[in-house]
Each structure stands twice: as structure tokens, then as C-alpha cells.
Design a protein around this ligand. Structure first.
Ligand code: PEP
Ligand code: MN
Length: 296
């Protein structure tokens, strides 16, 4: 970057998250030796995390895991502890859900990302998850961030629905201060005056984060709009904006999903989205090569 523009100074209170001469692109390694899992997030490739919003049953999870593993995913998502708008709505299967995720991992070789909702569950969730998800509703829960950081596990840190980019980076900075640099920043849409979509997917935030931060960025097109029909387009936007991967909701029967059915893709919709993403990923690789050749 040439001379730093003044507006970028708003991020100076999160210095550990910012690119510097010795830290341009953090690559997060996802490793689980007992399941033969070892791959990297960041550094140019685009990874896919896919699965249901909530773990609901063995059949639901295992069929979804099989399908997404055959169609481009490296990571299985699924909530065992669910943050819900109503305390009377389905709260997740808890430990039983974690065990099902581990079984799905054993069968498919997919890594597992799942949300940890409270500090007291960090140890338990870390026993099962390869990546700990900190959800939008916990985006300013510093004590949870610290507890998650101290496990040393990779953390998918979701932007709060009313959090600024600076807020997200401050949360990441705290995790870095506690010795954990395995952070994936996640843009999942923010609240705006628009009601046609559930949230407003902030593509500029992805481009901005890729410009200023060394941490990998993950796009969440599902929560980003809340509507299954729009998810493939937002996935393409994520690729174009420079995201290092995406997390997307897939369900065998979205109309019967316990949570987030309106934004969940069917198996066919998911497979089509992945294959239609290919030319966009190829174009991105080619333009990156052209840029590096021009700079050489
Ligand atoms: C989820 O991933 O299902 C979820 C609850 O996400 P968010 O925290 O972004 O709402
Ligand atoms: Mn969800």
C-alpha cells in the first residue's frame, strides 16, 4: 500500500490484526491427525464450509455431510448449541449434537466447525470441534473470546450483526493478544433498514478486511441475506471480493429445518452453486497470477 489514508487510522487500535512487513497473510492450518485432516485456510485458495444450521438428527447430519463432502466442502458446519431469538425455540442437541458431528467427521474426513455459546462450554466444544465458531450474538463477549483463544484452536469469529469492521478487528486483536493467531474473520451480514433480506451482506467489509488485515476472511452468504434464492449470487460476490472461503447452510429438507430453513439450500441447489462457482474461482486465480507476474 502506498501512503496510508487517514480514514484507515480508525483500525490502529487493533495493531495485531493489521498487515505489516512481517505479517502479510496468515494461513490457518486445520489439523486433526486421528481423522487424517490437514489443510490450510488463507493463502489464495477458496475453502467451503457447509452443513445444516442446527444438528437435528443422525440421519439429517450424516446425509448432509456425505453430500457436501462429495461436492467441494472441506469443513462440515452444524450447531449443537444454538443461539435463538426466542428462548423457547429449539436450543440444539448439545453434547449429543457434538457426538454426531464427530461421527460425521470420522465417516467423511470433513473437519468440524461448531458454535460455542458460553465460556463454560468452551472446553467441551473444543474437545469435538476442529474450529470453534463464535457467533454474531457473542461478537462483544470478550471473556468468551479469551476462553476460546486459550484453547489454541482455530476460531471462526463472526461479525456481530450490529458490529462495525473496527469492532470485529478489536475482538480479533484480543484473541491475538492471548496468543492465538488462528483466526478466521467472518462477514455474515449486518442489520440495516432493508427488510427484504434478513441482513445486508457487506461485501465492502470483505474487500476492506482483505486489504488491511493479514487474517483470512470467510463469507457467510446464508446469514448474509436469509434467502436461499440469493445465496449463490452472494457466494460469487464473496469470491470476487477476495474471501478465503465461505460457510453455507445446506439441509436435506429445508422446509422442515428446525432453524434457518428459509436460507438453507437443498442438496441439488448446493451442488449447482458449487459447480457454478468454478469459473469464478478460475478467473480469480488467473487475475492473481497476472498481477503477480506484472509485479515480478
Ligand atoms: C449460525 O451460523 O447458524 C449462526 C447462528 O450464525 P450467526 O451467529 O452469524 O447468526
Ligand atoms: Mn443459521
Amino acid at each position: 500500500m502506498a501512503q496510508k489514508q487517514q480514514w484507515l487510522e480508525q483500525f490502529d487500535d487493533s495493531p495485531l490484526t493489521l498487515k505489516s512487513d512481517d505479517r502479510m497473510d496468515t494461513v490457518v492450518r486445520i489439523e486433526n491427525r486421528s481423522c487424517g485432516i490437514d489443510f490450510k485456510i488463507g493463502g489464495g485458495e477458496f475453502i467451503v464450509m457447509a452443513g445444516p444450521c442446527s444438528v437435528e438428527s443422525e440421519e439429517q447430519l450424516l446425509t448432509t455431510a456425505e453430500h457436501v463432502s462429495k461436492n467441494g466442502a472441506q469443513v462440515l458446519r452444524g450447531g449443537a448449541f444454538k443461539p435463538r431469538s426466542s428462548p423457547y425455540a429449539f436450543q440444539g442437541l448439545g453434547l449429543e449434537g457434538l457426538k454426531l458431528l464427530a461421527e460425521a467427521r470420522r465417516r467423511t474426513g470433513l473437519a468440524v466447525v461448531t458454535e460455542v455459546l458460553s465460556e463454560e462450554d468452551v472446553e467441551l466444544v473444543a474437545e469435538y470441534a476442529d474450529i470453534l465458531q463464535i457467533g454474531s450474538r457473542n461478537s462483544d463477549n470478550t471473556s468468551l473470546h479469551v476462553a476460546a483463544a486459550l484453547t489454541g484452536k482455530p476460531i471462526l469469529l463472526k461479525r456481530g450483526m450490529v458490529a462495525t469492521v473496527a469492532d470485529l478487528l478489536r475482538a480479533a486483536n484480543v484473541i491475538l493478544e492471548h496468543g492465538n493467531s488462528n483466526i478466521l474473520l467472518c462477514e455474515r451480514g449486518i442489520r440495516t433498514f432493508e427488510t427484504a433480506t434478513r441482513n445486508t451482506f457487506d461485501a465492502a467489509a470483505i474487500a476492506l478486511l482483505k486489504m488491511i488485515s493479514h487474517l483470512p476472511v470467510i463469507a457467510d452468504p446464508s446469514h448474509g441475506c436469509g434467502r436461499n434464492l440469493l445465496v449463490p449470487a452472494l457466494a460469487r460476490v464473496g469470491v470476487a471480493a477476495g474471501a478465503d472461503g465461505m460457510i453455507v447452510e445446506v439441509h436435506p429438507a429445508p422446509q422442515r429445518a428446525y432453524s434457518d430453513g428459509d436460507q438453507s439450500l437443498t442438496f441439488d441447489e448446493y451442488a449447482n452453486m458449487i459447480s457454478e462457482l468454478d469459473p469464478w474461482l478460475t478467473a480469480r486465480r488467473q487475475s492473481a497470477n497476472q498481477i503477480s507476474e506484472a509485479l515480478a
